[in-house]
Design a protein around this ligand. Structure first.
Ligand SMILES: NC(=O)c1ccc[n+]([C@@H]2O[C@H](COP(=O)([O-])OP(=O)(O)OC[C@H]3O[C@@H](n4cnc5c(N)ncnc54)[C@H](OP(=O)(O)O)[C@@H]3O)[C@@H](O)[C@H]2O)c1
Length: 327
């Protein structure tokens, strides 16, 4: 135990086996099991296997809360709901795919019979649907004290080849819906007396990303907006935390890949599990941290990349793009 942080190194055979990785995995020397409830796994996926650092996460902090989660039909959003369902009093789950939300509702209620789960099928691209959802929320008297602005989508490929409908979806969901929901829910959260907002951005928000131009720009908005309102709310009872994940295995990548394009892939050693990202995000919210970049390796890489001057980044862009197909 180091200052309240319980450290453990564990070997987990998470990577597909190959002769070289199996040999390297043998280098993994220690395995300590932690049974602490609510422990947080900080997971580095390395070629040699998986190294875990465990810390305590006070899930009890969310006991009795009413939590609104957008994008709850899959990926990070579903996982937020799963982890919080143990202790929350009420969950309001929002996405378009009603069948998935209802399946999740059944699953969560089976695990915690005292939990109330409200599911709302809302297309966050549509301002009228967004507005009527917020009206419903007002009328319901549910009064969330924790808002998780998680819904989002990407679009991989050159901007010149993009479809406007897709670009507009990114602008509406990643920027407009997040801002409007915060605008409508923040006054309610303030009245509850001890509120939290967790905005899901991305490491893509830290630098311009060619072939992800609109996505990275929308996430830069989320990062800037969240830091600014956090500062504004510092003397209030509302805390704002920003989650900036690197690559996570969800449906995100397949949805972000354009029709006819080869599915994108990410460096496996940078991948952090969905469970891990959510645990670290909730831990950061409990501790009132300004932002969290889950995964020590991702954090390290982004610290270096983020500190590079823009002219170096431009050189890297030029070199990388000159190798791809010209337009
Ligand atoms: N996965 C990664 O590598 C990664 C990395 C950095 C940041 N992020 C961010 O993490 C967040 C969650 O993404 P994920 O990885 O969990 O991907 P995901 O599994 O594709 O989940 C995206 C969620 O957003 C919802 N959504 C998308 N468009 C919507 C719309 N028009 N109206 C309502 N809901 C909508 C989806 O629900 P429906 O389709 O049912 O509507 C789904 O629940 C996003 O903000 C993403 O940008 C992801």
């Amino acid at each position: 135990m180091i200052g309240g942080w319980q450290l453990a190194v564990a070997y987990a055979p998470g990577q597909p086996a190959s002769a070289s990785t199996t040999a390297l995995r043998l280098l993994s020397v220690a395995s300590f099991a932690s049974t602490a409830r609510g422990a947080v796994d900080l997971e580095f996926r390395l070629a040699i296997g998986t190294v875990r650092i465990r810390t305590r996460m006070r899930i009890s902090y969310f006991t009795g809360r009413t939590i609104l989660i957008t994008g709850a039909s899959s990926g990070l959003g579903s996982e937020f709901a799963r982890q919080l369902a143990r202790v929350a009093a009420r969950l309001v789950l929002v996405a378009r795919r009603d069948d998935r939300l209802q399946a999740l509702q059944t699953e969560l209620k089976a695990k915690n019979t005292a939990l109330e789960v409200f599911v709302r099928s809302v297309d966050l691209r549509d301002q009228r649907e967004l507005q009527s959802f917020c009206d419903w929320l007002d009328e319901s008297g549910l009064a969330p004290d924790f808002l998780i602005n998680n819904a989002g989508l990407g679009d991989h490929g050159p901007f010149i080849d993009s479809e406007w409908e897709r670009v507009n979806s990114l602008l509406q969901v990643n920027i407009n819906a997040l801002t409007y929901l915060t605008f409508r829910v923040l006054p309610i959260i303030k009245k509850t007396g001890r509120g939290l907002i967790l905005n899901v951005s991305s490491i893509a928000s830290f630098l311009p990303l060619p072939n992800n131009a609109v996505y990275a720009a929308t996430k830069a908005y989320v990062t800037s907006f969240s830091e600014a309102i956090r500062a504004e709310l510092r003397s209030s009872n509302v805390s704002v935390t920003l989650l900036c994940p690197g690559p996570v295995t969800t449906d995100y990548l397949s949805h972000a890949t354009r029709a006819g394009d080869r599915a994108g892939h990410t460096a496996p050693f940078l991948l952090v599990s969905v469970e891990e990202v959510v645990r670290q995000a909730l831990d950061a919210a409990v501790k009132d941290r300004a932002r969290v970049v889950p995964g020590a390796l991702v954090n390290f890489v982004m610290t270096i990349v983020g500190s590079l001057p823009m002219f170096i980044k431009r050189l890297v862009y030029r070199t990388r793009l000159s190798r791809s197909k010209p337009h």
